[in-house]
Ligand binder design. Structure first.
Ligand code: HEM
Length: 128
């Protein structure tokens, strides 16, 4: 259903009447979404016709946002123009990714646990 698109085609859609952006090698038509984007239409228009993967990841979009964008997908980049996958993206090869996702989970747990411990100590000693 989705088609393979090249930047030659994508670059034709860079204004409010038709706005396409590329995120992680997928092409999105966000024209209908411009008004609804919580981050504003300007940022999307700025990225129109371009690869916005980095800008998109920098914002730290929620999983809701990632789900929402599927509605706007119109195709994928042609193989010759694709970039290597961002490590964050959940694609097919689970065996290969399981190790890295495990270690990223660990790297979250430690700071969160420290933060919790600090909060508890603070409350016990300073707020009674
Ligand atoms: C189809 C693509 C996109 C979708 C569906 C989307 C969706 C969203 C959603 C739902 C939020 C609210 C916060 C959250 O749930 O994470 C958000 C916030 C934001 N987005 Fe996007 N976004 C897209 C692309 C982009 C791109 C390409 C950029 C940057 C160039 C961008 C910049 C921002 C910014 C700066 C915010 C933060 C607004 C704030 O916290 O005040 N977004 N986006």
């Amino acid at each position: 259903m989705t088609s393979e698109l090249s930047f030659e085609e994508i670059k034709k859609h860079t204004d409010k009447t038709s706005t396409w952006i590329v995120i992680n090698n997928d092409v999105f038509d966000v024209t209908r979404f411009l008004n609804e984007h919580p981050g504003g239409e300007e940022v999307l228009l700025e990225q129109a016709g371009k690869d916005a993967s980095e800008a998109f990841e920098d914002v730290g979009h929620s999983s809701d946002a990632r789900e929402m964008m599927l509605k706007y997908k119109v195709g994928t980049l042609v193989a010759s123009e694709r970039k290597p996958e961002q490590p964050k993206k959940s694609t097919v090869d689970w065996k290969e990714t399981s190790e890295s996702s495990e270690s990223s989970l660990k790297s979250w747990i430690i700071p969160v646990a420290l933060g919790l411990a600090a909060t508890i100590i603070y409350r016990l000693y300073f707020m009674s």
